[in-house]
Design a protein around this ligand. Structure first.
Ligand SMILES: [Zn+2]
Length: 453
């Protein structure tokens, strides 16, 4: 993953740019992405597809001496800023400069004009150590950007499962010169899809790599209502390579099956994780997927915060393969719950002698004469064993049982699998459809509403 990341993040990425096209060619070598194109100037709900934007020259000079060359780093010029040539006083120049005092040698990321082209002005991002040395007097600015019509591209890789019901992964590829935000999410998403492609999946999967907001806005706007309906839920993947614990941002309602699966998995397998409601960790395309009319439950997984965020110090030095791998494992673990979670159907009546070797399903109980001490864990398993046969009536999913008994899903799944092998129970595959609404006592109630709510 890190080798792929190193090829992409140093590029001059933008919503529409020659280097973004180059990045897409690299991505297509990893997975056979379909590429959707949206022409510059296209509008939807007030969002505009940007033009191709290329910096040709970006000089700040004083008395013929070069003070700053904004072409040295892809972030040196405010993204989608305008051209300007002329002599300005220091007071005027400073209105056109941004800097990061917390990283005096780095340049900051300025992407405001991606989304608000009507506000665009000329400007540079410069290291604070240069900014603070700027003296009084006049400066000669020679900033030339070339703008032309082009096409914004959205990469779309689809993996067909047993059903058309689809889970999506989404990451963005528009931040020039930054590794963790979000080429880390891009490479993690690709790795997850490669691994899903090697197994048989119940659900279908779609990986969307696109410019932040703009890409998903136009992608979803181009789909029919029926195509939108196939999306059941998904992940925004971002900032997953730095050394920090995982951060789970919940869906808009915070009450979907994906929220429950993610919390449950992380609680047992990444216990140092933290979580917060919708938009309270980081802001990305979950607003697009969750927008009214779509309302596709979207969690976000990141390793927020990290200090180098939106600076040129967000480079490969803060990324490790082991953190990327840990992120892949977390998403696959959560998806494994989504893939296998189902209700259960009993094939017997009465109490089964689970300790009989022909079943071998007994979980030991504490007994002062025989087993005076057993672990807290074993107490939980013993209690589960006493309750489990009653759950084989189709009223609870495996995840609900795991949550109720505070046991790791994968171990519970394996234990129930042993009942299935003995012919005592069958797995009932879940029906992945929108919640069924019925009227009861004059109130609208949701049956199994939490499935994909
Ligand atoms: Zn960002």
């Amino acid at each position: 993953m890190i080798e792929l990341l190193k090829k992409i993040y140093p590029l001059r990425l933008a919503p529409v740019s020659p280097d973004t096209d180059k990045a897409i060619k690299i991505l297509q070598k990893e997975l056979p992405f379909a590429v959707h194109e949206y022409p510059s100037g296209m509008e939807f709900n007030g969002w505009m597809v940007p033009e191709v934007w290329v910096v040709e020259k970006a000089l700040i000079q004083k008395d013929g001496k070069l003070i700053y060359d904004g072409t040295k780093h892809p972030l040196g010029v405010m993204s989608y800023g305008k051209s300007f040539k002329g002599r300005v006083a220091i007071e005027e120049l400073k209105k056109h400069l941004t800097y990061r005092k917390d990283f005096p040698k780095a340049v900051g990321y300025h992407c405001d004009y991606y989304y608000k082209p009507w506000r665009a002005d000329w400007g540079f991002s410069i290291p604070y150590e240069i900014y603070e040395k700027l003296g009084s007097g006049n400066y000669d600015i020679d900033l030339k950007v070339n703008v032309s019509k082009g096409k914004m591209k959205v990469c779309d890789y689809f993996l067909q499962g047993e059903t058309d019901d689809t889970f999506f992964l989404n990451a963005h590829n528009c931040h020039a010169g930054q590794a963790n935000d979000d080429i880390a999410g891009v490479v993690v998403g690709i790795e997850i899809m490669k691994r899903l492609a090697k197994q048989k999946n119940h659900y279908s999967y779609r990986l969307i790599i696109a410019p932040e907001h703009l890409g998903t806005v136009f992608y979803l706007a181009g789909l029919s209502k029926n195509e939108i309906k196939k999306f059941k839920c998904g992940f925004f993947l971002e900032m997953l390579g730095n050394k920090n614990r995982l951060a789970l941002q919940e869906t808009f309602t915070g009450k979907g099956l994906l929220d429950e699966a993610a919390h449950h998995f992380l609680k047992f397998r990444r216990p140092d994780y933290f979580s917060a409601p919708f938009r309270k960790v980081v802001g990305n395309d979950e607003t697009v997927w969750e927008a009214p009319g779509y309302e596709i439950p979207t969690v976000s997984l990141s390793r927020w915060p990290y200090p180098e965020y939106h600076t040129s110090n967000d480079n490969e030095s803060i990324i490790s393969e082991s953190m990327l791998e840990d992120s892949v494992g977390a998403v696959l673990g959560i998806l494994q719950i989504m893939e296998t979670n189902c209700t259960l159907k009993r094939k017997f009546d009465g109490l089964i002698a689970l300790s009989n070797p022909k079943y071998d399903l007994y979980m030991s109980q504490r007994d002062p004469s025989i087993r005076p001490t057993i672990s807290e864990e074993q107490v939980k398993w013993n209690y589960l064993m006493d309750c489990l046969p009653r759950y084989f009536d189709g009223t609870m999913t495996i995840l609900e049982i795991a949550r109720k008994h505070d046991l790791p899903y994968d171990e519970l799944y394996e234990y129930i699998g042993r009942f299935q092998k003995k012919g005592l129970v069958s797995f009932v595959k879940r029906i992945a459809k929108s919640p069924v609404k019925v009227k009861k006592n004059g109130l609208r109630r949701t049956l199994r509403g939490r499935l994909f709510a």
